[in-house]
Design a protein around this ligand. Sequence first.
Ligand code: X8Z
Ligand code: ZN
Length: 607
Amino acid sequence: MTNLVRIAASLVLLFLFVACAERKAEQAAADVTSTETADRFVARVNAELAELNRETGAANWVRQTYITDDTAIVAAAAEEKYAAWHSATVQQANRYDDEALAPGTRRALDLLKLGTELPAPADAAKRKELTKIATELQGMYGAGKYCRSGDDCRSLPELEDFMANSRDYDELMDVWQGWRGIAPPMREKYARYAELVNEGANELGYGDLGEMWRSGYDMSPAEFEQETARLWAQVKPLYDQLHCHVRAKLGAVYGEDKVPQDGPIPAHLLGNMWSQQWSSIYDLLEPYPGVADFDVDATLKKKDYSPREMVRSAENFYVSLGMPRLPDSFWERSQFTEPRDRDVVCHASAWGLDGGKDLRIKMCIKQTYEELRVIYHELGHNYYQGAYKDQPPLFQGGAHSGFHEAIGDTITLSMTPDYLARVGLIDSPEESEQAVINRQMLEALDKIAFLPFGKLIDEWRWGVFSGAIKPGNYNAAWWDLRTRYQGVSPPVARSEADFDPGAKYHVPSNRSYTRYFLAHILQFQLQRSLCEIAGHEGDLASCSIYGSKEAGERFYAMMAAGQSMPWQDALEKLTGTREMDATAIIDYFSPLMEYLKEQNEGRRCGW
Ligand code: X8Z
Ligand code: ZN
């Protein structure tokens, strides 16, 4: 043998040895994991998850507070790593499918399967493609602007301000249409995203992503769909009354030629970019003009509240319930204001990083009452995250997603005139029947107006994911639902060249939305029970649990359980009932309903 041949031969041998050793090691690892008990598997998953959450959390935080091509790469890579881990880990979990397990262990495994917002195909190329598209879509929304000309550009917070304050039909239409200009480039990406997430959901054992979303509620997806329909039927009469009255008033302001009294309301006249909450047009609807002062905006401006002071005010409420102060890191790391020098996702969110030890909010706070309420909402998320931080990662979540959205909203129901006066946000509360109706109108414009919107967003996506709504029909199907549920119509002609769903944050950001619909019903239920615990006497609408340690303790106990038990159990512990139910919201608004029915007498309601 020549030397060369000898070297080559030993290399081949070496290679075979190494390859063989590697395979042996893989086999050994597989043997270890296949004999792993379900409990040990869950413990390992929790440990891995804690580490992965830290990485994806950090990458996403940077991405959303600093939108550049570089942070897109970093965030997509973190998501990709998570998705790969998730696919592989669920595969391993499937080994326990037929084993009889303790309920807590089974629950942990079920939650693992549901444990991704973005189910990705196991195929590495497709996984990469999906995480890239998802990151891009969110970035396109976050960086979105409406430019009337090259250097006359407005960001979303500015456009939202305009929608809230202008009463000029044509100007409003311009801004409404202008914002929607961000979305057509998303359309193709969205269609591809839908294909890919469906494939991912399929591999996890769900028919499509919509079915996966509907599986997170401790009942079958079909039952859940019925449940949401049942709740909507309960509250629809309230919405119909409000719609009828608002349409009449808008007809008087803008003219009945512009707001026909037998059809849907033009979507740009409701004080909000998406016509989802209408409190900004309260001035057009105030039942008893001048009765009672709710002008928190004026106080915020007069006292020149800083964003931090606004957040402190919300924190103080939670502290009054006996909950802890937010950690120093919250004040150091949160984003409270819109930076001038870079694109960020301004849409408000609350973060429970590092297993809930590192709490933050990300907002672009404006000096308004509406924003103050959003802060109270966001802190509800943070307090929930802080309360369940000692649960294992798989149980760190809301009893269901609607609970997570409902905590802070429940607190906003306690922002009664009495409370606002106590903390110096209005001068003095006025107690009269007329004052009650005025305040109820203000609340209803947010909470009742929202209901059909909260319901329809996912109905559109359920349709998209199931294939009932095809890409060629995206926009038409969207407006069909908007008209059917909300009774609103686009102020200018729309076509399939548009992609109006993309102009609503949660669509390009892949956040399910039924959670908000549920929260809008649940929060009244929670409030009713908390008010009983707080010893409130009198009607539900006048109750503020501010300062009630008893209510706070019971609320926090429910929050601390996270998603360790079925939501029905969590709800029962606090409220004594196992069902979501709209009687509390109906009861809450009964004074306003009387008023609206009187006002609507002789009008032809409906569209
Ligand atoms: O997205 C939100 C919160 C963050 S979880 C600000 N909300 C929905 C929306 O803005 O569309 C709260 C109400 C509905
Ligand atoms: Zn929220």
